[in-house]
Design a protein around this ligand. Sequence first.
Ligand code: NZQ
Ligand code: ZN
Length: 385
Amino acid sequence: MNNFDFHNPTKILFGKGRIEHLNDHIPVDAKVLIIYGGGSAERTGVLEQVRTALSGRTLVEFGGIEPNPRYATTLNAVKVIVDNNITFLLAVGGGSVIDATKFIAMASLYVGDPWEILTAGTAKVTAAMPFGTVLTLPATGSEMNNGGVITNPEKIAKLPFRSPHCYPIFSVLDPELTYTLPARQIANGAADAFVHIIEQYLTYPSGAHVQDGFAESLLRTIIELGPKALETPEDYDIRASLMWTATLALNGLIGTGVPQDWASHMIGHEITALNDTDHARTLAVVLPSLLNDQRGHKHEKLLQYASNVWGITEGTDAVRIDAAIDATRAFFEQLGIKTRLSDYGIAAAEIELIVSALQEHGMTALGEHKDITPTDVRRILEASL
Ligand code: NZQ
Ligand code: ZN
């Protein structure tokens, strides 16, 4: 196991009705900006619950954060913060709203052009406005981590950031808030969390027994409960377990002291930048082909994955690895997620656009060994058509 630091300061308020406790976790003298998305928070009533919980305070609201949140929209929110002397942000929504809020929190205190935060790294970020979240879509883990992704269509770019200043102060996780999710977003959430675990687990053995055990348990939970959540959307215990799984998948815990991959994510981000395909769906396209392509490097972990996650123990190494990759693809399809580029209108000619975008963004040495080159990505994408 590699050396590591682990510090996660986000307080989790989990369970039914926890929005009622919001007021206790925001400084009394704070001037709060509530940030939300395209309207689901208003429609489902969660925004009203938040307003009620914070009644008596002066609240300002900023709606309209898009899925795959747009850079220009975040700058509009910064203007509202300045104009209203805001001192605390409250994100109400899924990963997109939370990621946007993190970026807004940094940009509102940043000296210089905020675009630098995405292009030159977060080294110059010395502070961010404090913020909390009310999560409505379990998927990204953004509610308990310090990263995010911002899209700028003008530059055809979807760029990740990470900063120690971007942990939420608290996150409210009420599984009942997820009952209103359409099937597409339930499936997306399950697939995204699944791939987050894979990116931190399916590399090469590093003697990290605890992290492997956690990861395998989380993967089995998603395999069992993802399809059940689609069948019985208002089963509280299923929703609660999926919600907590998605948070644990990317709050740093299973990633401590282990090699990490993230190539599927970096390739997937460029697919979204190209045609706005849902984040999780890009992963379901890339991951099966990437696992097959990298089966040499990932040989031992693929066998462990086959056995401990899928119960595949019969046959030669090659047969078991094939079966595990097939099971992975079949699981995404079972969730209703297509796993081919052509399913999303992407043809062979567009592969070159994805490869050159990766090059432009410096993503030329991907994977746990930093040896997945643009040539390898091209081959992986051709196998994903
Ligand atoms: O915009 P509104 O109207 O709110 O509707 C949203 C949106 O259309 C809707 N929704 C959310 N909660 C709902 C609901 N509809 C009904 N009932 C509810 N309770 O769902 C749609 C998708 O929302 P979005 O926030 O975009 O989805 P998700 O949580 O999957 O977030 C995706 C974004 O997170 C980034 C992705 O790249 C993408 O931009 N990621 C962030 C990560 C992180 N911060 O660590 C890691 C991930 O790998 C990922 O890259
Ligand atoms: Zn993801």
